[in-house]
Design a protein around this ligand. Structure first.
Ligand code: UT7
Length: 318
Protein backbone atom coordinates (compact mmCIF):
# COMPACT_ATOMS: atom_id res chain seq x y z
CA UNK A 1 0.00 0.00 0.00
CA UNK A 2 1.22 3.53 -0.79
CA UNK A 3 1.61 6.26 1.83
CA UNK A 4 -0.79 9.20 1.77
CA UNK A 5 -1.58 12.06 4.10
CA UNK A 6 -4.65 12.22 6.30
CA UNK A 7 -6.38 14.92 8.30
CA UNK A 8 -6.78 14.01 11.98
CA UNK A 9 -7.93 17.26 13.63
CA UNK A 10 -8.50 20.92 12.86
CA UNK A 11 -8.48 24.16 14.83
CA UNK A 12 -8.89 27.85 14.14
CA UNK A 13 -8.53 31.20 15.87
CA UNK A 14 -10.01 34.50 14.75
CA UNK A 15 -9.64 38.02 16.10
CA UNK A 16 -12.63 39.26 18.08
CA UNK A 17 -13.14 42.42 16.03
CA UNK A 18 -15.61 42.08 13.16
CA UNK A 19 -15.25 44.68 10.40
CA UNK A 20 -18.31 44.99 8.16
CA UNK A 21 -18.54 46.43 4.66
CA UNK A 22 -20.39 49.33 6.24
CA UNK A 23 -17.36 49.99 8.51
CA UNK A 24 -15.10 50.16 5.44
CA UNK A 25 -17.53 52.47 3.60
CA UNK A 26 -16.65 55.06 6.24
CA UNK A 27 -12.95 54.84 5.25
CA UNK A 28 -13.00 54.55 1.42
CA UNK A 29 -15.34 55.23 -1.49
CA UNK A 30 -17.06 51.83 -1.57
CA UNK A 31 -20.41 50.20 -0.81
CA UNK A 32 -21.76 47.00 0.68
CA UNK A 33 -23.43 46.35 -2.67
CA UNK A 34 -20.16 46.57 -4.66
CA UNK A 35 -18.20 44.40 -2.22
CA UNK A 36 -20.88 41.69 -1.98
CA UNK A 37 -21.55 41.61 -5.73
CA UNK A 38 -17.90 41.64 -6.86
CA UNK A 39 -16.39 39.45 -4.10
CA UNK A 40 -19.05 37.78 -1.92
CA UNK A 41 -17.47 39.27 1.23
CA UNK A 42 -19.80 40.65 3.93
CA UNK A 43 -17.39 40.94 6.85
CA UNK A 44 -13.87 40.09 7.94
CA UNK A 45 -11.87 40.07 11.21
CA UNK A 46 -9.08 42.48 12.15
CA UNK A 47 -6.55 42.03 14.95
CA UNK A 48 -6.62 44.53 17.78
CA UNK A 49 -5.13 42.74 20.80
CA UNK A 50 -4.22 39.59 18.87
CA UNK A 51 -1.17 39.08 16.66
CA UNK A 52 0.08 36.56 14.10
CA UNK A 53 1.66 34.34 16.79
CA UNK A 54 -1.29 34.43 19.21
CA UNK A 55 -3.68 33.41 16.43
CA UNK A 56 -1.31 30.62 15.34
CA UNK A 57 -1.02 29.36 18.92
CA UNK A 58 -4.81 29.39 19.45
CA UNK A 59 -5.46 27.42 16.27
CA UNK A 60 -2.60 24.94 16.83
CA UNK A 61 -3.48 24.26 20.48
CA UNK A 62 -7.11 23.59 19.55
CA UNK A 63 -6.10 21.15 16.79
CA UNK A 64 -3.48 19.33 18.89
CA UNK A 65 -5.80 18.94 21.89
CA UNK A 66 -8.63 17.71 19.69
CA UNK A 67 -6.37 15.17 17.96
CA UNK A 68 -5.25 13.50 21.20
CA UNK A 69 -1.83 13.03 19.54
CA UNK A 70 1.11 12.76 21.94
CA UNK A 71 3.38 15.79 21.22
CA UNK A 72 6.39 13.43 21.48
CA UNK A 73 5.21 11.76 18.25
CA UNK A 74 5.03 15.02 16.27
CA UNK A 75 7.90 15.13 13.76
CA UNK A 76 7.29 18.56 12.24
CA UNK A 77 5.57 21.87 12.88
CA UNK A 78 5.26 24.17 9.87
CA UNK A 79 3.65 27.60 9.90
CA UNK A 80 2.66 29.06 6.55
CA UNK A 81 2.53 32.84 6.59
CA UNK A 82 3.39 36.06 4.79
CA UNK A 83 2.81 38.07 7.98
CA UNK A 84 5.17 36.60 10.59
CA UNK A 85 5.56 38.85 13.65
CA UNK A 86 9.29 38.04 13.62
CA UNK A 87 11.71 37.16 10.85
CA UNK A 88 13.54 35.15 13.53
CA UNK A 89 12.73 33.12 15.49
CA UNK A 90 10.13 31.66 13.19
CA UNK A 91 6.54 31.44 14.36
CA UNK A 92 6.92 27.64 14.18
CA UNK A 93 9.89 27.69 16.61
CA UNK A 94 7.86 29.82 19.04
CA UNK A 95 4.97 27.39 18.72
CA UNK A 96 7.26 24.49 19.61
CA UNK A 97 7.44 25.69 23.22
CA UNK A 98 3.77 26.70 23.40
CA UNK A 99 2.71 23.25 22.20
CA UNK A 100 5.28 21.28 24.25
CA UNK A 101 6.86 19.69 21.16
CA UNK A 102 10.13 17.79 21.65
CA UNK A 103 13.53 19.15 20.57
CA UNK A 104 13.70 16.74 17.66
CA UNK A 105 10.74 18.47 15.99
CA UNK A 106 11.52 20.23 12.70
CA UNK A 107 10.04 23.74 13.01
CA UNK A 108 10.06 26.41 10.30
CA UNK A 109 7.90 28.98 8.53
CA UNK A 110 7.01 28.64 4.86
CA UNK A 111 6.02 31.42 2.45
CA UNK A 112 3.86 30.00 -0.32
CA UNK A 113 1.50 32.99 -0.17
CA UNK A 114 -2.13 31.88 -0.61
CA UNK A 115 -0.99 28.43 -1.75
CA UNK A 116 0.97 28.09 1.52
CA UNK A 117 -1.25 25.55 3.27
CA UNK A 118 -1.24 23.16 0.31
CA UNK A 119 2.52 23.64 -0.22
CA UNK A 120 2.83 22.88 3.50
CA UNK A 121 0.89 19.62 3.17
CA UNK A 122 3.34 18.41 0.55
CA UNK A 123 6.42 19.48 2.53
CA UNK A 124 5.27 18.12 5.88
CA UNK A 125 4.42 14.72 4.41
CA UNK A 126 8.12 14.29 3.57
CA UNK A 127 9.15 14.92 7.19
CA UNK A 128 6.94 12.32 8.88
CA UNK A 129 8.35 8.93 9.83
CA UNK A 130 6.98 5.62 11.03
CA UNK A 131 8.05 6.40 14.62
CA UNK A 132 6.80 9.95 14.54
CA UNK A 133 4.01 9.95 11.96
CA UNK A 134 2.30 13.23 12.93
CA UNK A 135 2.73 16.81 11.82
CA UNK A 136 1.17 20.14 12.75
CA UNK A 137 0.50 22.51 9.89
CA UNK A 138 -0.61 25.99 10.88
CA UNK A 139 -1.49 28.94 8.65
CA UNK A 140 -1.69 32.31 10.38
CA UNK A 141 -2.11 35.64 8.62
CA UNK A 142 -2.72 39.22 9.73
CA UNK A 143 -3.33 40.91 6.39
CA UNK A 144 -5.00 43.95 7.97
CA UNK A 145 -1.44 44.97 8.94
CA UNK A 146 -0.45 44.97 5.26
CA UNK A 147 -3.58 46.73 3.97
CA UNK A 148 -3.59 50.32 2.74
CA UNK A 149 -6.83 51.74 4.12
CA UNK A 150 -6.82 54.48 1.48
CA UNK A 151 -6.90 51.93 -1.40
CA UNK A 152 -10.46 50.69 -1.93
CA UNK A 153 -9.38 48.12 -4.52
CA UNK A 154 -7.49 46.06 -1.91
CA UNK A 155 -8.43 47.02 1.67
CA UNK A 156 -11.97 45.60 1.44
CA UNK A 157 -10.70 42.15 0.44
CA UNK A 158 -8.47 40.97 3.25
CA UNK A 159 -8.89 39.73 6.82
CA UNK A 160 -6.96 38.11 9.68
CA UNK A 161 -7.16 34.58 11.06
CA UNK A 162 -5.38 31.28 11.65
CA UNK A 163 -6.22 27.66 10.93
CA UNK A 164 -4.38 24.50 11.92
CA UNK A 165 -4.41 20.86 10.98
CA UNK A 166 -2.90 17.82 12.65
CA UNK A 167 -2.00 15.45 9.84
CA UNK A 168 -0.58 11.96 9.74
CA UNK A 169 0.92 9.47 7.35
CA UNK A 170 -1.59 6.84 6.30
CA UNK A 171 -1.87 3.80 4.05
CA UNK A 172 -3.62 4.95 0.92
CA UNK A 173 -4.62 3.42 -2.40
CA UNK A 174 -3.81 6.79 -4.02
CA UNK A 175 -0.53 7.83 -2.36
CA UNK A 176 0.52 11.46 -2.18
CA UNK A 177 -1.20 13.19 -5.05
CA UNK A 178 -0.51 16.86 -5.64
CA UNK A 179 0.04 19.42 -8.35
CA UNK A 180 2.16 22.45 -7.47
CA UNK A 181 3.80 25.25 -9.35
CA UNK A 182 4.87 28.85 -9.52
CA UNK A 183 5.04 31.48 -12.22
CA UNK A 184 7.50 34.19 -11.26
CA UNK A 185 5.64 37.51 -11.36
CA UNK A 186 6.05 40.69 -9.32
CA UNK A 187 3.86 42.81 -11.56
CA UNK A 188 0.35 41.67 -10.62
CA UNK A 189 0.70 40.97 -6.90
CA UNK A 190 3.41 42.12 -4.54
CA UNK A 191 3.95 43.20 -0.94
CA UNK A 192 7.27 44.90 -0.10
CA UNK A 193 8.79 43.74 3.17
CA UNK A 194 9.14 45.97 6.22
CA UNK A 195 12.82 46.52 5.28
CA UNK A 196 11.99 47.86 1.78
CA UNK A 197 12.09 51.58 0.98
CA UNK A 198 8.34 51.74 0.28
CA UNK A 199 5.47 51.03 2.70
CA UNK A 200 4.65 47.38 3.27
CA UNK A 201 1.23 47.35 1.59
CA UNK A 202 -0.52 44.84 -0.66
CA UNK A 203 -0.48 45.85 -4.34
CA UNK A 204 -2.66 43.82 -6.68
CA UNK A 205 -3.91 43.93 -10.27
CA UNK A 206 -7.15 42.15 -9.40
CA UNK A 207 -8.28 41.24 -12.89
CA UNK A 208 -4.93 39.70 -13.85
CA UNK A 209 -4.91 37.55 -10.70
CA UNK A 210 -8.54 36.59 -11.31
CA UNK A 211 -7.66 35.35 -14.83
CA UNK A 212 -4.66 33.41 -13.49
CA UNK A 213 -6.87 31.75 -10.87
CA UNK A 214 -9.70 30.63 -13.12
CA UNK A 215 -7.18 29.27 -15.63
CA UNK A 216 -4.95 27.37 -13.21
CA UNK A 217 -7.44 25.91 -10.69
CA UNK A 218 -9.32 23.54 -13.07
CA UNK A 219 -6.02 22.38 -14.62
CA UNK A 220 -4.53 21.78 -11.19
CA UNK A 221 -7.60 19.82 -10.05
CA UNK A 222 -7.51 17.70 -13.23
CA UNK A 223 -3.86 16.82 -12.66
CA UNK A 224 -4.47 15.79 -9.03
CA UNK A 225 -7.39 13.59 -10.10
CA UNK A 226 -5.30 12.00 -12.84
CA UNK A 227 -2.51 11.13 -10.38
CA UNK A 228 -5.03 9.57 -8.00
CA UNK A 229 -6.88 7.73 -10.76
CA UNK A 230 -10.09 9.35 -9.54
CA UNK A 231 -12.84 11.34 -11.19
CA UNK A 232 -14.61 14.19 -9.47
CA UNK A 233 -17.22 11.65 -8.28
CA UNK A 234 -14.52 10.22 -6.01
CA UNK A 235 -13.93 13.57 -4.29
CA UNK A 236 -16.26 14.64 -1.49
CA UNK A 237 -15.31 18.30 -1.20
CA UNK A 238 -13.19 20.81 -3.09
CA UNK A 239 -11.88 23.45 -0.69
CA UNK A 240 -10.52 26.38 -2.69
CA UNK A 241 -8.65 29.41 -1.43
CA UNK A 242 -11.30 32.01 -0.59
CA UNK A 243 -10.17 34.99 -2.66
CA UNK A 244 -13.42 35.76 -4.42
CA UNK A 245 -16.80 33.94 -4.49
CA UNK A 246 -16.89 34.59 -8.25
CA UNK A 247 -13.65 32.62 -8.74
CA UNK A 248 -15.11 29.66 -6.82
CA UNK A 249 -18.42 29.83 -8.73
CA UNK A 250 -16.61 30.13 -12.07
CA UNK A 251 -14.50 27.02 -11.37
CA UNK A 252 -17.53 25.11 -10.04
CA UNK A 253 -19.45 25.88 -13.22
CA UNK A 254 -16.52 24.95 -15.46
CA UNK A 255 -16.05 21.61 -13.69
CA UNK A 256 -19.83 21.07 -13.34
CA UNK A 257 -19.45 20.77 -9.56
CA UNK A 258 -22.65 20.85 -7.51
CA UNK A 259 -22.60 23.73 -4.97
CA UNK A 260 -22.50 21.31 -2.01
CA UNK A 261 -19.10 20.01 -3.20
CA UNK A 262 -17.53 23.47 -3.23
CA UNK A 263 -17.12 24.97 0.21
CA UNK A 264 -17.45 28.74 0.61
CA UNK A 265 -17.10 30.83 3.76
CA UNK A 266 -15.65 34.00 2.22
CA UNK A 267 -18.73 36.02 3.25
CA UNK A 268 -17.66 35.84 6.91
CA UNK A 269 -13.89 36.23 6.72
CA UNK A 270 -12.72 37.68 3.39
CA UNK A 271 -9.37 36.64 1.99
CA UNK A 272 -6.95 35.48 4.73
CA UNK A 273 -4.27 34.21 2.32
CA UNK A 274 -2.95 30.78 3.37
CA UNK A 275 -5.24 30.66 6.43
CA UNK A 276 -8.40 30.38 4.28
CA UNK A 277 -8.15 26.66 3.58
CA UNK A 278 -7.44 25.38 7.15
CA UNK A 279 -10.11 27.72 8.56
CA UNK A 280 -12.52 26.31 5.96
CA UNK A 281 -11.55 22.78 7.12
CA UNK A 282 -12.26 23.75 10.73
CA UNK A 283 -15.61 25.30 9.77
CA UNK A 284 -16.47 22.06 7.97
CA UNK A 285 -15.47 20.06 11.04
CA UNK A 286 -17.56 22.23 13.36
CA UNK A 287 -20.52 21.96 10.99
CA UNK A 288 -20.22 18.16 11.34
CA UNK A 289 -19.40 17.77 7.64
CA UNK A 290 -16.12 15.83 7.95
CA UNK A 291 -15.98 12.10 8.58
CA UNK A 292 -13.43 9.32 8.26
CA UNK A 293 -12.86 8.09 4.72
CA UNK A 294 -13.77 11.35 2.98
CA UNK A 295 -11.52 12.63 0.22
CA UNK A 296 -10.89 16.38 0.15
CA UNK A 297 -9.19 18.41 -2.54
CA UNK A 298 -7.79 21.70 -1.19
CA UNK A 299 -6.55 24.14 -3.86
CA UNK A 300 -4.60 27.33 -3.18
CA UNK A 301 -3.37 30.06 -5.53
CA UNK A 302 -1.95 33.55 -5.13
CA UNK A 303 1.15 35.72 -4.85
CA UNK A 304 4.32 34.48 -6.48
CA UNK A 305 2.40 33.57 -8.49
CA UNK A 306 1.92 30.16 -6.85
CA UNK A 307 -0.62 27.39 -6.94
CA UNK A 308 -1.09 23.99 -5.37
CA UNK A 309 -3.73 21.30 -5.08
CA UNK A 310 -3.54 18.00 -3.21
CA UNK A 311 -5.60 15.01 -2.22
CA UNK A 312 -6.22 15.03 1.55
CA UNK A 313 -7.90 12.00 3.05
CA UNK A 314 -9.89 12.35 6.27
CA UNK A 315 -8.65 9.98 8.97
CA UNK A 316 -10.21 9.07 12.30
CA UNK A 317 -11.08 12.71 12.88
CA UNK A 318 -11.65 13.77 16.49
O1 UT7 B 1 -5.41 35.89 -2.55
C1 UT7 B 1 -4.61 36.30 -3.63
C2 UT7 B 1 -5.32 36.06 -4.88
N1 UT7 B 1 -6.18 37.18 -5.16
C3 UT7 B 1 -7.20 37.04 -5.98
O2 UT7 B 1 -7.47 35.98 -6.44
C4 UT7 B 1 -7.98 38.29 -6.37
C5 UT7 B 1 -8.56 38.13 -7.74
N2 UT7 B 1 -9.25 39.30 -8.19
C6 UT7 B 1 -10.47 39.69 -7.74
O3 UT7 B 1 -11.00 39.06 -6.85
C7 UT7 B 1 -11.15 40.86 -8.37
O4 UT7 B 1 -10.43 41.25 -9.53
C8 UT7 B 1 -11.31 42.08 -7.41
C9 UT7 B 1 -12.35 41.78 -6.36
C10 UT7 B 1 -9.98 42.41 -6.77
C11 UT7 B 1 -11.79 43.31 -8.21
O5 UT7 B 1 -13.01 43.02 -8.87
P1 UT7 B 1 -13.19 43.37 -10.42
O6 UT7 B 1 -14.54 42.99 -10.77
O7 UT7 B 1 -12.05 42.71 -11.15
O8 UT7 B 1 -13.05 44.95 -10.40
P2 UT7 B 1 -12.03 45.88 -11.21
O9 UT7 B 1 -10.69 45.85 -10.58
O10 UT7 B 1 -12.15 45.59 -12.67
O11 UT7 B 1 -12.68 47.30 -10.95
C12 UT7 B 1 -13.99 47.62 -11.52
C13 UT7 B 1 -14.39 48.98 -10.98
C14 UT7 B 1 -13.29 50.05 -11.14
O12 UT7 B 1 -13.93 51.28 -11.40
P3 UT7 B 1 -14.01 51.87 -12.91
O13 UT7 B 1 -12.60 52.01 -13.35
O14 UT7 B 1 -14.77 50.82 -13.69
O15 UT7 B 1 -14.75 53.15 -12.73
C15 UT7 B 1 -12.70 50.12 -9.76
O16 UT7 B 1 -12.12 51.36 -9.47
O17 UT7 B 1 -14.66 48.88 -9.58
C16 UT7 B 1 -13.93 49.89 -8.91
N3 UT7 B 1 -13.63 49.41 -7.55
C17 UT7 B 1 -14.44 49.60 -6.52
N4 UT7 B 1 -15.65 50.20 -6.42
C18 UT7 B 1 -16.22 50.22 -5.21
C19 UT7 B 1 -12.53 48.70 -7.15
N5 UT7 B 1 -12.64 48.44 -5.84
C20 UT7 B 1 -13.81 48.99 -5.42
C21 UT7 B 1 -14.48 49.05 -4.18
N6 UT7 B 1 -15.68 49.66 -4.13
N7 UT7 B 1 -13.96 48.48 -3.06
Amino acid sequence: MKKGIELLATGSALPAKVVTNEDLRRLVDTSDEWIVKRTGIRERRHCVGENQFSLAAGAAQAALERSGVDPARVAACIVTTICADNISPSCACLLQRALGLPEQTVCFDLNGACAGFVYGLQVISGLLTEDRPYGILVSSETLSRLSDFTDRSTCVLFGDGAGAAVVGLCDSPYGLCGDFGSRSNREVLYIPSATASEPSYIHMEGQAVFKFAVDIIPRCIDRVLQQAGLTMDGVDLVVMHQANARIIDHVAKHLKLPPEKCFKNIARYGNMSSACIPIALDDLYREGRLSAGMRLLPVGFGGGLTWGGALLEVGDIK
